[in-house]
Design a protein around this ligand. Structure first.
Ligand code: HEM
Ligand SMILES: *[C@@H]1O[C@H](CO)[C@@H](O)[C@H](O)[C@H]1NC(C)=O
Ligand SMILES: *[C@@H]1O[C@H](CO)[C@@H](O)[C@H](O)[C@H]1NC(C)=O
Ligand SMILES: *[C@@H]1O[C@H](CO)[C@@H](O)[C@H](O)[C@H]1NC(C)=O
Length: 311
Protein backbone atom coordinates (compact mmCIF):
# COMPACT_ATOMS: atom_id res chain seq x y z
CA UNK A 1 0.00 0.00 0.00
CA UNK A 2 2.49 2.56 1.19
CA UNK A 3 5.09 1.73 -1.44
CA UNK A 4 2.45 1.68 -4.18
CA UNK A 5 1.26 5.21 -3.40
CA UNK A 6 4.86 6.39 -3.06
CA UNK A 7 5.55 4.96 -6.45
CA UNK A 8 2.58 6.71 -8.06
CA UNK A 9 3.53 9.97 -6.35
CA UNK A 10 7.06 9.69 -7.72
CA UNK A 11 5.66 8.87 -11.14
CA UNK A 12 3.38 11.92 -11.03
CA UNK A 13 6.26 14.19 -10.03
CA UNK A 14 8.45 12.71 -12.77
CA UNK A 15 5.73 13.18 -15.40
CA UNK A 16 4.98 16.74 -14.33
CA UNK A 17 8.68 17.61 -14.38
CA UNK A 18 9.21 15.99 -17.78
CA UNK A 19 6.30 17.84 -19.36
CA UNK A 20 7.55 21.30 -18.40
CA UNK A 21 11.29 20.63 -18.29
CA UNK A 22 11.38 19.71 -21.97
CA UNK A 23 10.40 23.17 -23.18
CA UNK A 24 13.47 25.37 -23.43
CA UNK A 25 14.16 28.68 -25.14
CA UNK A 26 17.37 27.20 -26.60
CA UNK A 27 15.67 24.08 -28.00
CA UNK A 28 16.68 24.84 -31.63
CA UNK A 29 20.01 26.56 -30.89
CA UNK A 30 22.04 23.79 -32.47
CA UNK A 31 19.44 21.94 -34.57
CA UNK A 32 18.13 25.04 -36.37
CA UNK A 33 19.94 28.21 -35.27
CA UNK A 34 18.20 30.41 -37.89
CA UNK A 35 14.67 29.24 -37.15
CA UNK A 36 13.65 32.21 -35.01
CA UNK A 37 15.09 34.83 -37.38
CA UNK A 38 13.32 33.16 -40.32
CA UNK A 39 9.96 33.21 -38.51
CA UNK A 40 10.44 36.80 -37.39
CA UNK A 41 11.23 38.22 -40.83
CA UNK A 42 8.27 36.34 -42.39
CA UNK A 43 5.90 37.69 -39.71
CA UNK A 44 7.27 41.23 -40.13
CA UNK A 45 6.68 41.00 -43.90
CA UNK A 46 3.13 39.64 -43.51
CA UNK A 47 2.18 42.29 -40.92
CA UNK A 48 3.63 45.15 -42.92
CA UNK A 49 1.60 43.96 -45.91
CA UNK A 50 -1.57 43.71 -43.80
CA UNK A 51 -1.46 44.93 -40.17
CA UNK A 52 -4.51 42.87 -39.16
CA UNK A 53 -2.53 39.69 -39.91
CA UNK A 54 -0.71 40.25 -36.59
CA UNK A 55 -4.05 39.96 -34.80
CA UNK A 56 -5.07 36.91 -36.78
CA UNK A 57 -1.83 35.04 -35.97
CA UNK A 58 -2.11 35.90 -32.27
CA UNK A 59 -5.68 34.61 -32.20
CA UNK A 60 -4.67 31.35 -33.97
CA UNK A 61 -2.18 30.64 -31.18
CA UNK A 62 -4.82 31.33 -28.49
CA UNK A 63 -7.30 28.95 -30.13
CA UNK A 64 -4.60 26.32 -30.55
CA UNK A 65 -3.59 26.43 -26.89
CA UNK A 66 -7.10 26.47 -25.40
CA UNK A 67 -8.26 23.48 -27.46
CA UNK A 68 -6.28 20.30 -26.66
CA UNK A 69 -3.11 22.23 -25.71
CA UNK A 70 -0.57 24.08 -27.89
CA UNK A 71 -0.12 21.28 -30.41
CA UNK A 72 -0.92 22.94 -33.77
CA UNK A 73 -4.22 21.03 -33.90
CA UNK A 74 -5.86 24.31 -34.96
CA UNK A 75 -3.90 24.17 -38.22
CA UNK A 76 -5.43 20.85 -39.30
CA UNK A 77 -8.45 21.12 -41.57
CA UNK A 78 -11.53 20.27 -39.54
CA UNK A 79 -13.53 21.24 -36.50
CA UNK A 80 -11.24 23.78 -34.94
CA UNK A 81 -11.08 25.77 -38.17
CA UNK A 82 -14.78 25.60 -38.92
CA UNK A 83 -16.46 25.62 -35.54
CA UNK A 84 -18.96 28.34 -36.25
CA UNK A 85 -19.01 31.65 -38.09
CA UNK A 86 -17.91 33.59 -35.03
CA UNK A 87 -14.59 31.76 -35.02
CA UNK A 88 -13.57 32.95 -38.48
CA UNK A 89 -9.92 32.14 -38.00
CA UNK A 90 -7.45 33.36 -40.60
CA UNK A 91 -3.70 33.41 -41.21
CA UNK A 92 -3.32 29.73 -42.15
CA UNK A 93 -1.55 30.62 -45.40
CA UNK A 94 0.99 32.76 -43.58
CA UNK A 95 1.83 29.89 -41.22
CA UNK A 96 2.08 27.44 -44.16
CA UNK A 97 4.42 29.84 -45.92
CA UNK A 98 6.64 30.25 -42.83
CA UNK A 99 6.75 26.47 -42.44
CA UNK A 100 7.92 26.12 -46.05
CA UNK A 101 10.73 28.62 -45.39
CA UNK A 102 11.76 26.85 -42.18
CA UNK A 103 11.68 23.41 -43.83
CA UNK A 104 14.01 24.78 -46.51
CA UNK A 105 16.70 25.52 -43.90
CA UNK A 106 16.06 22.63 -41.43
CA UNK A 107 14.24 19.53 -42.58
CA UNK A 108 11.47 18.28 -40.22
CA UNK A 109 13.02 19.92 -37.18
CA UNK A 110 10.85 22.85 -36.09
CA UNK A 111 7.27 21.99 -35.11
CA UNK A 112 4.22 23.89 -36.32
CA UNK A 113 3.18 24.39 -32.68
CA UNK A 114 6.46 26.22 -32.00
CA UNK A 115 6.19 28.24 -35.23
CA UNK A 116 2.72 29.39 -34.17
CA UNK A 117 3.90 30.29 -30.67
CA UNK A 118 6.85 32.32 -31.98
CA UNK A 119 4.72 33.93 -34.71
CA UNK A 120 2.23 35.11 -32.05
CA UNK A 121 5.05 36.79 -30.10
CA UNK A 122 6.54 38.33 -33.26
CA UNK A 123 3.09 39.62 -34.28
CA UNK A 124 2.71 41.47 -30.98
CA UNK A 125 6.19 42.96 -31.42
CA UNK A 126 5.45 43.92 -35.05
CA UNK A 127 2.44 45.96 -33.88
CA UNK A 128 4.39 47.79 -31.18
CA UNK A 129 3.75 45.51 -28.19
CA UNK A 130 6.11 43.88 -25.67
CA UNK A 131 8.53 41.05 -26.39
CA UNK A 132 9.34 37.98 -24.31
CA UNK A 133 11.41 34.81 -24.51
CA UNK A 134 9.46 31.84 -25.88
CA UNK A 135 10.05 28.36 -24.40
CA UNK A 136 10.34 25.87 -27.30
CA UNK A 137 10.20 22.14 -27.99
CA UNK A 138 6.48 21.57 -28.55
CA UNK A 139 5.54 18.81 -30.97
CA UNK A 140 2.55 18.57 -33.28
CA UNK A 141 -0.63 16.59 -32.74
CA UNK A 142 -1.54 13.72 -35.03
CA UNK A 143 -5.26 14.41 -34.56
CA UNK A 144 -7.60 17.39 -34.88
CA UNK A 145 -9.91 18.29 -32.00
CA UNK A 146 -13.56 17.22 -32.04
CA UNK A 147 -16.26 19.88 -32.34
CA UNK A 148 -17.32 19.09 -28.76
CA UNK A 149 -13.79 19.78 -27.50
CA UNK A 150 -13.78 23.07 -29.39
CA UNK A 151 -17.16 24.14 -28.02
CA UNK A 152 -16.19 23.19 -24.45
CA UNK A 153 -12.96 25.18 -24.45
CA UNK A 154 -13.72 28.36 -26.38
CA UNK A 155 -16.34 30.70 -24.98
CA UNK A 156 -18.75 32.70 -27.14
CA UNK A 157 -18.70 36.52 -26.92
CA UNK A 158 -21.87 36.32 -24.79
CA UNK A 159 -19.77 34.82 -21.94
CA UNK A 160 -20.12 36.20 -18.42
CA UNK A 161 -17.24 37.20 -16.14
CA UNK A 162 -17.81 34.05 -14.04
CA UNK A 163 -17.58 31.84 -17.16
CA UNK A 164 -14.43 33.61 -18.32
CA UNK A 165 -12.72 33.22 -14.94
CA UNK A 166 -13.70 29.56 -14.80
CA UNK A 167 -12.43 28.58 -18.27
CA UNK A 168 -9.07 30.30 -17.74
CA UNK A 169 -8.78 28.73 -14.29
CA UNK A 170 -9.32 25.30 -15.88
CA UNK A 171 -6.18 26.02 -17.98
CA UNK A 172 -4.11 27.02 -14.95
CA UNK A 173 -4.42 30.73 -15.77
CA UNK A 174 -5.19 33.25 -13.03
CA UNK A 175 -7.77 36.02 -13.08
CA UNK A 176 -4.94 38.51 -13.71
CA UNK A 177 -3.71 36.35 -16.61
CA UNK A 178 -7.27 36.34 -17.97
CA UNK A 179 -7.59 40.14 -17.87
CA UNK A 180 -4.11 40.58 -19.37
CA UNK A 181 -4.72 38.08 -22.21
CA UNK A 182 -8.04 39.78 -23.01
CA UNK A 183 -5.89 42.82 -23.79
CA UNK A 184 -5.09 41.00 -27.05
CA UNK A 185 -8.33 42.59 -28.21
CA UNK A 186 -6.34 45.82 -28.51
CA UNK A 187 -5.76 44.63 -32.12
CA UNK A 188 -7.93 42.99 -34.77
CA UNK A 189 -11.54 42.94 -35.88
CA UNK A 190 -14.82 41.23 -35.08
CA UNK A 191 -17.84 40.42 -37.24
CA UNK A 192 -21.24 42.00 -36.61
CA UNK A 193 -22.86 38.73 -35.33
CA UNK A 194 -20.21 38.66 -32.57
CA UNK A 195 -21.15 42.09 -31.18
CA UNK A 196 -24.76 42.50 -32.36
CA UNK A 197 -26.42 41.59 -29.06
CA UNK A 198 -24.03 43.85 -27.14
CA UNK A 199 -24.73 46.97 -29.20
CA UNK A 200 -28.53 46.50 -29.28
CA UNK A 201 -29.42 44.85 -25.98
CA UNK A 202 -26.80 45.68 -23.37
CA UNK A 203 -27.04 48.83 -21.26
CA UNK A 204 -23.38 48.98 -20.19
CA UNK A 205 -22.29 50.53 -23.49
CA UNK A 206 -21.67 54.16 -24.46
CA UNK A 207 -24.76 55.17 -26.42
CA UNK A 208 -23.04 57.12 -29.19
CA UNK A 209 -20.53 54.27 -29.59
CA UNK A 210 -23.43 51.80 -29.88
CA UNK A 211 -25.25 54.04 -32.37
CA UNK A 212 -22.22 54.34 -34.64
CA UNK A 213 -21.82 50.55 -34.71
CA UNK A 214 -25.55 50.00 -35.30
CA UNK A 215 -25.27 52.08 -38.49
CA UNK A 216 -23.42 49.17 -40.16
CA UNK A 217 -24.57 46.14 -38.16
CA UNK A 218 -28.32 45.54 -38.49
CA UNK A 219 -30.43 44.39 -35.53
CA UNK A 220 -32.21 41.26 -36.70
CA UNK A 221 -29.87 39.31 -38.95
CA UNK A 222 -27.50 40.07 -41.80
CA UNK A 223 -24.28 42.05 -41.58
CA UNK A 224 -22.48 38.71 -41.59
CA UNK A 225 -19.43 40.21 -43.29
CA UNK A 226 -19.44 43.57 -41.51
CA UNK A 227 -16.31 44.16 -39.43
CA UNK A 228 -15.53 46.53 -36.57
CA UNK A 229 -12.23 47.03 -34.71
CA UNK A 230 -12.02 45.41 -31.27
CA UNK A 231 -10.13 48.52 -30.11
CA UNK A 232 -12.06 51.49 -31.43
CA UNK A 233 -9.20 53.97 -30.87
CA UNK A 234 -5.96 52.29 -32.09
CA UNK A 235 -6.92 49.12 -33.99
CA UNK A 236 -3.49 48.27 -35.40
CA UNK A 237 -1.33 49.17 -32.40
CA UNK A 238 -0.62 46.79 -29.56
CA UNK A 239 -1.11 49.21 -26.63
CA UNK A 240 -3.27 49.42 -23.50
CA UNK A 241 -6.10 51.41 -25.15
CA UNK A 242 -8.37 48.33 -24.91
CA UNK A 243 -8.52 48.92 -21.16
CA UNK A 244 -9.17 52.68 -21.41
CA UNK A 245 -12.00 51.83 -23.81
CA UNK A 246 -13.53 49.55 -21.18
CA UNK A 247 -13.42 52.39 -18.63
CA UNK A 248 -15.57 54.49 -20.98
CA UNK A 249 -17.90 51.56 -21.85
CA UNK A 250 -16.50 51.12 -25.32
CA UNK A 251 -15.75 47.41 -25.26
CA UNK A 252 -16.88 45.89 -28.56
CA UNK A 253 -17.87 42.44 -27.27
CA UNK A 254 -20.16 41.69 -24.36
CA UNK A 255 -17.35 39.49 -22.97
CA UNK A 256 -14.93 42.45 -23.16
CA UNK A 257 -17.15 44.81 -21.18
CA UNK A 258 -17.74 42.05 -18.59
CA UNK A 259 -14.18 42.76 -17.36
CA UNK A 260 -15.26 46.26 -16.28
CA UNK A 261 -18.85 46.02 -15.15
CA UNK A 262 -18.76 46.44 -11.38
CA UNK A 263 -17.14 43.05 -10.70
CA UNK A 264 -13.94 41.66 -9.24
CA UNK A 265 -11.75 42.56 -12.24
CA UNK A 266 -12.54 46.31 -12.31
CA UNK A 267 -9.37 47.24 -10.44
CA UNK A 268 -7.12 45.20 -12.71
CA UNK A 269 -8.68 46.92 -15.74
CA UNK A 270 -8.05 50.33 -14.11
CA UNK A 271 -4.45 49.34 -13.38
CA UNK A 272 -3.77 48.21 -16.98
CA UNK A 273 -5.51 51.32 -18.37
CA UNK A 274 -3.31 53.61 -16.32
CA UNK A 275 -0.04 51.71 -16.71
CA UNK A 276 1.11 50.45 -20.11
CA UNK A 277 4.12 48.90 -18.36
CA UNK A 278 1.93 46.92 -15.93
CA UNK A 279 -0.12 45.60 -18.86
CA UNK A 280 2.93 44.72 -20.98
CA UNK A 281 4.55 42.80 -18.18
CA UNK A 282 1.36 40.92 -17.22
CA UNK A 283 0.64 40.15 -20.88
CA UNK A 284 4.12 38.71 -21.50
CA UNK A 285 3.88 36.55 -18.36
CA UNK A 286 0.42 35.29 -19.30
CA UNK A 287 1.44 34.55 -22.92
CA UNK A 288 4.26 32.29 -21.72
CA UNK A 289 1.82 30.50 -19.40
CA UNK A 290 -0.75 30.13 -22.19
CA UNK A 291 1.94 28.85 -24.56
CA UNK A 292 2.86 26.16 -22.04
CA UNK A 293 -0.64 24.61 -21.84
CA UNK A 294 -0.35 20.83 -22.29
CA UNK A 295 2.40 20.70 -24.92
CA UNK A 296 3.37 17.44 -26.58
CA UNK A 297 7.09 16.92 -25.91
CA UNK A 298 9.87 14.36 -26.30
CA UNK A 299 8.64 11.58 -28.58
CA UNK A 300 4.94 12.49 -28.30
CA UNK A 301 3.15 13.51 -31.49
CA UNK A 302 5.35 14.39 -34.47
CA UNK A 303 7.04 17.25 -36.28
CA UNK A 304 4.76 17.82 -39.23
CA UNK A 305 6.22 18.31 -42.70
CA UNK A 306 3.31 20.59 -43.58
CA UNK A 307 1.31 22.46 -40.95
CA UNK A 308 -2.06 21.83 -42.58
CA UNK A 309 -1.84 18.03 -42.51
CA UNK A 310 -0.45 15.23 -40.37
CA UNK A 311 2.49 13.29 -41.82
C1 HEM B 1 -12.00 33.58 -23.74
C2 HEM B 1 -12.22 34.82 -24.01
C3 HEM B 1 -12.30 35.32 -25.43
C4 HEM B 1 -13.42 35.49 -26.18
C5 HEM B 1 -14.86 35.22 -25.77
C6 HEM B 1 -12.97 35.98 -27.47
C7 HEM B 1 -13.82 36.26 -28.51
C8 HEM B 1 -13.43 36.78 -29.72
C9 HEM B 1 -14.33 37.10 -30.80
C10 HEM B 1 -15.84 36.86 -30.79
C11 HEM B 1 -13.59 37.64 -31.81
C12 HEM B 1 -14.10 38.14 -33.14
C13 HEM B 1 -14.39 37.00 -34.08
C14 HEM B 1 -15.13 37.48 -35.29
O1 HEM B 1 -16.24 38.02 -35.12
O2 HEM B 1 -14.60 37.33 -36.42
C15 HEM B 1 -12.22 37.66 -31.36
C16 HEM B 1 -11.17 38.14 -32.11
C17 HEM B 1 -9.87 38.15 -31.67
N1 HEM B 1 -9.40 37.56 -30.52
FE1 HEM B 1 -10.49 36.90 -28.97
N2 HEM B 1 -11.62 36.11 -27.46
C18 HEM B 1 -11.16 35.71 -26.25
C19 HEM B 1 -9.85 35.65 -25.85
C20 HEM B 1 -8.76 35.96 -26.64
C21 HEM B 1 -7.37 35.76 -26.28
C22 HEM B 1 -6.89 35.13 -24.97
C23 HEM B 1 -6.63 36.20 -27.32
C24 HEM B 1 -5.12 36.20 -27.49
C25 HEM B 1 -4.25 36.15 -26.49
C26 HEM B 1 -7.54 36.72 -28.31
C27 HEM B 1 -7.17 37.33 -29.49
C28 HEM B 1 -8.05 37.79 -30.45
C29 HEM B 1 -7.64 38.59 -31.60
C30 HEM B 1 -6.24 39.12 -31.83
C31 HEM B 1 -8.78 38.79 -32.38
C32 HEM B 1 -8.87 39.52 -33.73
C33 HEM B 1 -8.50 38.53 -34.82
C34 HEM B 1 -8.51 39.10 -36.24
O3 HEM B 1 -8.69 40.30 -36.46
O4 HEM B 1 -8.32 38.27 -37.18
N3 HEM B 1 -8.82 36.52 -27.88
N4 HEM B 1 -12.15 37.12 -30.09
C1 LIG C 1 -20.40 31.37 -31.57
O1 LIG C 1 -19.92 30.13 -31.17
C2 LIG C 1 -20.56 29.61 -30.06
C3 LIG C 1 -19.83 28.35 -29.63
O2 LIG C 1 -19.67 27.48 -30.72
C4 LIG C 1 -22.04 29.40 -30.38
O3 LIG C 1 -22.72 28.91 -29.25
C5 LIG C 1 -22.66 30.72 -30.80
O4 LIG C 1 -23.99 30.54 -31.19
C6 LIG C 1 -21.88 31.34 -31.93
N1 LIG C 1 -22.36 32.70 -32.20
C7 LIG C 1 -22.49 33.19 -33.43
C8 LIG C 1 -22.96 34.58 -33.54
O5 LIG C 1 -22.23 32.54 -34.42
C1 LIG D 1 -32.38 41.45 -27.86
O1 LIG D 1 -33.17 40.78 -26.87
C2 LIG D 1 -34.45 40.36 -27.34
C3 LIG D 1 -35.22 39.82 -26.14
O2 LIG D 1 -34.45 38.85 -25.46
C4 LIG D 1 -34.25 39.33 -28.44
O3 LIG D 1 -35.49 38.90 -28.95
C5 LIG D 1 -33.44 39.96 -29.56
O4 LIG D 1 -33.15 38.98 -30.54
C6 LIG D 1 -32.13 40.53 -29.04
N1 LIG D 1 -31.49 41.28 -30.10
C7 LIG D 1 -30.23 41.06 -30.47
C8 LIG D 1 -29.72 41.91 -31.57
O5 LIG D 1 -29.52 40.22 -29.93
C1 LIG E 1 -19.79 58.46 -25.19
O1 LIG E 1 -18.82 58.66 -26.18
C2 LIG E 1 -18.90 59.95 -26.77
C3 LIG E 1 -17.97 59.97 -27.99
O2 LIG E 1 -16.68 59.56 -27.64
C4 LIG E 1 -18.56 60.99 -25.73
O3 LIG E 1 -18.60 62.29 -26.28
C5 LIG E 1 -19.58 60.88 -24.59
O4 LIG E 1 -19.23 61.75 -23.55
C6 LIG E 1 -19.66 59.46 -24.07
N1 LIG E 1 -20.80 59.34 -23.19
C7 LIG E 1 -20.71 58.99 -21.92
C8 LIG E 1 -21.98 58.90 -21.15
O5 LIG E 1 -19.65 58.70 -21.39
Amino acid sequence: MVSASWLSLLLLVALATAASAQLSSTFYSTSCPNALATIKSAVMAAVSQEPRMGASLLRLHFHDCFVQGCDASVLLAGNEQNAGPNLSLRGFNVIDNIKTQVEAICKQTVSCADILTVAARDSVVALGGPSWTVPLGRRDSTTAASSTTVANNLLPPSASLAQLISVYQSKGLSVTDMVALSGAHTIGQAHCPSYRAHIYNDTNINQSFAASLQANCPAGSGGTNVLAPLDTTTANTFDNAYFSNLLSQKGLLHSDQELFNGGSTDNTVRNFASSAAAFSSAFATAMVKMGNISPLTGTQGEVRLKCSATN
